[in-house]
Design a binder for this molecule. Sequence first.
Ligand code: NAD
Ligand code: ZN
Length: 361
Amino acid sequence: FITASGDCRAFTEQSAQDNALAALDLATPIVPYIKGRQVLIVTNDLIAPLYLKGLQERLAQAGFDVRACVLPDGEQFKNQDSINAIYDALMQAHFARDCTLVALGGGVIGDMTGFAAASFMRGVNFIQVPTTLLAQVDSSVGGKTGINHALGKNMIGAFWQPVAVLADMATFATLPPREFAAGMAEVIKYALIMDAEFLAWLENHADKILAKDGETLAQMVHRCCDYKAQIVAADERESGKRALLNFGHTFGHVIETHQGYGAWLHGEAVAAGMVQALVMSYKLGLISLDDVRRVVALIERFELPVQPPKIAVDEALSLMGHDKKVQQGKIRLVLLRALGDAFVTADFDMAILNEVLTSVS
Ligand code: NAD
Ligand code: ZN
């Protein structure tokens, strides 16, 4: 469920922010979903000073035995050491099978907490409180959890569903603008692959979204969760639909790896990658140049990059060849038949892909 409980506009004064954070109640909505009395909140050292105390105190007042596991912030800590730190906290406090793990943070914390919940005592109750836009619209829905291995991202994991996801728009008050924009790339992605009407809605509500209007953001997040849930549910029967979520990601992956992970945020690389996928769709005669321009304007409005850095075509192709989305040596791309209508194909003229990878404007 999605709430706009607080005013999520960026605060100019520290005291105003402190008061708003103290008033924010992330506990009451999740209480009905807590199993047992023992609760472990997993978060990181950046989010803890902002949101941990309020959540922990309220849950303690509600009668739970609440512990916290505060991990270092960052994708580089999405590893087995962090999972072990979660297990240590659970074991040292004698947690039983009848306990609940709460993920308080972005996708990194959500993925790790979910994996720890999936594996501790062969699976315990798990609640997500995503605090980034990306986590609210993407990683907290669908049940994929896991960690990175030194030799590959997200290589160790499990499917484990949270019993509840609480997305509170008030948490955007403290989210860095660049992280918010990166989440918007995934939001725009849903519109492009699923629903042209939502694309128009985003255009019409861009001002309110940028002004962090709580009600508008809640509607937007809600719609994205619905789209992702639709895709994930469909994929259980007809395999392959989930691949549509990779729109812009094969091109984006090239940018991310070429620049070194972290230089571009994932959402930024996806934004520029989506433009490449749009240009490719245009060059294949599927969509119009006006369609491309329209989406570029929207992406720019949210202060996201629309151009990839200069990368040699050979290098880009080889990076695509290493992409896990590739099957039997063929490059598979998600393209658009029209705005709001995506499909997966490995059947296209390589010369056109070359052109797209060459032209940076
Ligand atoms: P993140 O979790 O690293 O969060 C980004 C940064 O924002 C971090 O520094 C974080 O501490 C900080 N932050 C989070 N909330 C904040 C807030 N409210 N105020 C201030 N700072 C805040 O990154 P992310 O973009 O949320 O998630 C990326 C991760 O999600 C990746 O590891 C990726 O693999 C994973 N992911 C998983 C799925 C899935 O289906 N499970 C889908 C997409 C992405
Ligand atoms: Zn993504």
